[in-house]
Design a protein around this ligand. Sequence first.
Ligand code: PEP
Length: 255
Amino acid sequence: AAKRRFFIGGNWKANGSPASVKQLIEELNSAKLEVDTSKDVEVVCSPPFVYLSQVKSDLRKDYAVAAQNMWDKAPGAWTGETPAAMLKDMSIDWVVLGHSERRESCGETSEVVASKTKFAIESGLSTITCIGEKLEERESGKTFELLDLQMKPIAAALNEEDWDKVVLAYEPVWAIGTGKVATPEQAEETHAFLRKWLADNVSQKVSDSVRILYGGSVNNKNSEELGTKPNIDGFLVGGASLKGGAFTTIINSAK
Ligand code: PEP
């Protein structure tokens, strides 16, 4: 992943209790890093909303904090939602958008994901915007077609400078939480497709600079090999981000 700074995101999903979050923070804070977080790698942890302030105040300061979603409207009469401005007020700098679990269970379309991405950037947040095909799409040879459909609304919503604030996470749905990781070759092929897509549909500059993460059953045993691929700029990690030791090993694979 030449030139681009490696990026490791930890998606805690809807997991944790006050005690387990405290313990995970302690594990992450005391773990021995072999990489330099001011230059080699950027690390972002994404806890559930109710733990954001705990994590923001207690997690080591060289790791940033992300929300797992946000509301793309100004604060007001939106019961149960968390507007972007509130995240910003809490000094949260990142938001995960368009995770496949939200696309699937909350009906978030690619248009919604695109408009949330734009709103987040306008609100001063950076985004980890997720895309990825389902098993039936991969098996019927429609992966690139589907990714094209997911990317188009995002590219239409953003201007060239907006892309400085976006990290793309390619997460094949069949690999998320299944233990079935994409092979390094499968992941690299798709990342190379996305990089070319950005060159053809946005600009060469954006294609060269945007970090494209792989997500889907990344763990402390497979991260090193995946990370050697030229178009894989880091990972979005689910299950293995809940263990301080495993997550730290994945961060160290940025070497
Ligand atoms: C994710 O939820 O973004 C993810 C990749 O999960 P897991 O690592 O558990 O497959």
